[in-house]
Write a protein that binds this ligand. Structure first.
Ligand code: VGL
Ligand code: ZN
Length: 210
């Protein structure tokens, strides 16, 4: 496949808190940077997402007395994994890695900024109602195919890909340019959901120029 003008690469959450030493470090998370930099050169069109929570966000275990990170809780919109505090607005951990070499990225979509709603997906928040506006942006610009990579494969990359497919885009997840958290079966669940939704799992070698 050769990326063209109707194709967009969405690079998800390559932020210090998800990288080695970060508050919610994804195992081998740093290994996505080289493949993503290579991929990005093959795409004329790239957007980035940035997890961007207010202090005391509803998804933080620290906000729920007696609860621990990686436990489940019920929030007003349904079940929610509790996380260590991460990607707090304007903190160093929320910064996008300076090792990403994508000067031509066209948009950074911030998500998870509503105090009471998490947002794994770059398209729709965890209440499954609130839109970020990304689908409208991509449609208005005439994109047809969406290619997803980044952190974490089983949360923000998977949910972004699932919502891209649901919004009608032909959707691809680039496996070697993504890494998973894999907590309580989340990776297998994500893989099942992705295949049920018709998301194509590919390797970056299948993309010409990457
Ligand atoms: C993410 C958990 C919480 C992600 C973000 O980027 O996959 N995971 N917030
Ligand atoms: Zn988050």
């Amino acid at each position: 496949m050769k990326p063209g003008d109707q194709d967009i690469l969405i690079v998800t959450d390559v932020q210090y808190d998800f990288l080695p030493g970060g508050a919610l470090a994804v195992p081998q998370g740093g290994e996505v940077i080289d493949p993503i930099n290579r991929l990005a050169k093959a795409f004329r069109h790239v957007v980035l997402t940035q997890d961007w929570h207010p202090k005391g966000h509803a998804s933080f275990a620290s906000n729920h007395p007696g609860r621990q990170p990686f436990e489940m809780i019920d929030l007003h919109y349904g079940p929610q994994v509790l996380w260590p505090d991460h990607c707090v607005q304007s903190t160093p951990g929320a910064e996008i890695s300076r090792e990403l070499d994508i000067p031509h990225a066209q948009l950074v979509i911030r998500k998870g900024y509503n105090q009471d709603i998490d947002s794994y997906s770059g398209f729709k928040e965890a209440d499954r109602q609130t839109q970020t506006g990304l689908a409208g942006y991509l449609k208005e610009r005439g994109f047809r195919r969406v290619f997803c990579a980044g952190l974490a494969l089983d949360f923000c990359v998977a949910w972004t890909a699932l919502d891209a497919a649901a919004a009608g885009f032909d959707t691809f997840l680039i496996e070697d340019a993504s890494r998973a958290i894999d907590t309580n079966g989340s990776l297998v669940r994500a893989q099942n959901d992705l295949s049920a939704a018709g998301v194509n799992i590919i390797g970056s070698a299948q993309l010409e120029g990457a």
